[in-house]
Design a protein around this ligand. Structure first.
Ligand code: PMP
Length: 442
């Protein structure tokens, strides 16, 4: 154990977080502001500050962070240049309800680095962006429905809240999209077709009968939200071909893949260009921003105000400055930052995979800058139903064991690596994982 990490073993327990959680439940519904935070083990945690690859909780535990706040913090926490640039933007004003120079600079930068981007609109969250692009696709095609894939998450708004994490018994019936909780109008299910991901034959078959009512196919280009499953060879290309054949808009939801696989997102990485795409999370390095991007002809209904997209806070100064900083910092020196993230995350992913010598059902998969770890008898997951095979209880024990050793993980198995992580962090995480797994096998 190097001296830089040795103190992280001295866990102070989590009693302050537990107390604060009890208090917060009196005023915040469920003690949280986003449902995903309620899933944290041992209970929703409280944090005081974060810097680089570390975050400190309310009990004073210093944690090596692989959650990166569910993805956004690609630069690590509190990156000095990011803070400088955002602070100086804020000193010029916060929000103008009008255009500003940085906003145009950001739109130009997006058009430069994102293959499908010829026109851009800025928004605040991924949920808004998927909502707006599906609305746009309906208008463009004059068709009412869209196709999504089981297990994909496109935000929490009504029209996409179907078959996000359905039980196995209900997961594969395209005629029966499963609402994600209560309050979602049942009528919206009529406008959604849900198919298993990575099965191009299933898409082809569905389009043979439904193409004239389907406006868009929306997909995470990597199924990050369930198992971090990469597209099967030819799958994204197959979607592209089918959309072209049937006059359907292809939308890539790059909220996770965007600015994480590289500046060009998954579309740059896999070489398949969608018609429209949405970006968020890493694009803002922790500030609220998303981008609606697409080919000029498809974005024009926004230009002509045939389709409305609005938002009081859109393009706010701090978020725009943060995005410009991400593009500059990650793009400089021929994208050295991405080379760093890829190298470290590949080391980490492969190092974890080797620990299957201790626990033979340990599985790791994903491109690198984000990947998934879990325990399953199945060697490789290629679609949602396979993700249901993961032994969630074992992973919960693993992530609690890691937490007690000073490593913070996302409970559902997704790992993120940032620019701020160093080789010593990877060494530490691998040593902690080895010990945790050894403990679990006793
Ligand atoms: N799409 C994907 C692929 C996501 O992972 C998320 C958030 N996890 C969203 C959309 C929604 O983004 P937001 O939380 O910013 O609304």
């Amino acid at each position: 154990m190097d001296s830089q990490h040795s103190h992280m073993r001295q866990s102070h327990g989590f009693s302050q977080s537990a107390k604060l959680f009890d208090r917060s439940r009196q005023s915040l519904a469920g003690g949280v502001s986003s449902q995903f935070r309620a899933m944290s083990a041992p209970h929703p945690m409280f944090y005081s500050h974060a810097k680089g690859s570390r975050i400190w909780d309310a009990d004073g535990n210093e944690l090596l962070d692989f959650t990166l706040s569910q993805g956004p913090c690609i630069l690590g926490h509190s990156h000095p240049e990011l803070l400088d640039r955002v602070t100086s933007a804020l000193h010029k004003g916060q929000l103008f309800a009008g255009q500003h120079l940085d906003e145009v600079a950001l739109a130009e930068a997006l058009c430069r680095v994102v293959p499908c981007a010829e026109l851009v609109r800025l928004s605040l969250s991924g949920s808004e962006a998927s909502h707006a692009l599906l609305r746009l696709a309906r208008h463009l095609t004059g068709k009412p429905k869209y196709l999504k894939f089981v297990g994909h998450y496109h935000g929490w708004f009504d029209n996409v809240s179907f078959s996000v994490s359905p039980p196995r018994t209900l997961s594969n019936d395209p005629a029966r999209p499963v609402p994600w909780g209560g309050g979602i109008p049942a009528s919206l299910a009529d406008d959604v077709l849900v198919l298993p991901w990575n099965d191009i034959a299933a898409v082809e078959e569905a389009l043979a009968t439904h193409a004239d009512e389907i406006a868009a196919i929306i997909t995470e280009p990597v199924m990050c939200n369930q198992g971090c499953i990469e597209p099967a060879a030819g799958f994204l290309e197959g979607l592209r071909t089918l959309c072209d054949r049937h006059g359907i808009i292809l939308i890539f939801d790059e909220i996770i893949t965007g600015f994480r696989l590289g500046l060009g997102g998954a579309q740059g990485f896999y070489g398949v260009t969608p018609d429209l795409a949405l970006f968020g999370k890493a694009m803002g390095a922790g500030f609220p921003i998303s981008a609606l991007t697409g080919k000029r002809e498809y974005m024009e209904p926004f230009t002509r105000a045939e389709v409305y997209h609005a938002g009081t806070l859109n393009g706010c100064n701090a978020s725009v400055a943060a995005s410009l900083a991400v593009i500059d910092i990650m793009g400089r020196d021929d994208a050295a930052g991405y080379r760093h993230i890829w190298r470290l995350s590949t080391r980490l992913r492969d190092g974890l995979a080797e620990l299957s010598a201790i626990r033979p059902d340990l599985r790791v998969q994903g491109p690198g800058p984000m990947f998934h770890m879990g325990f399953s008898k199945r060697v490789r997951a290629t679609t949602y139903d396979h993700v249901l095979d993961y032994d969630k209880e074992s992973y919960r024990r693993f992530s609690l064991g890691m937490l007690s050793r000073g490593v913070r993980l996302i409970e559902r198995g997704l790992w993120y690596v940032s620019l701020a992580h160093e080789d010593a962090d990877i060494d530490y995480a691998l040593a902690a994982a080895k010990e945790t797994l050894q403990d679990m096998t006793q």
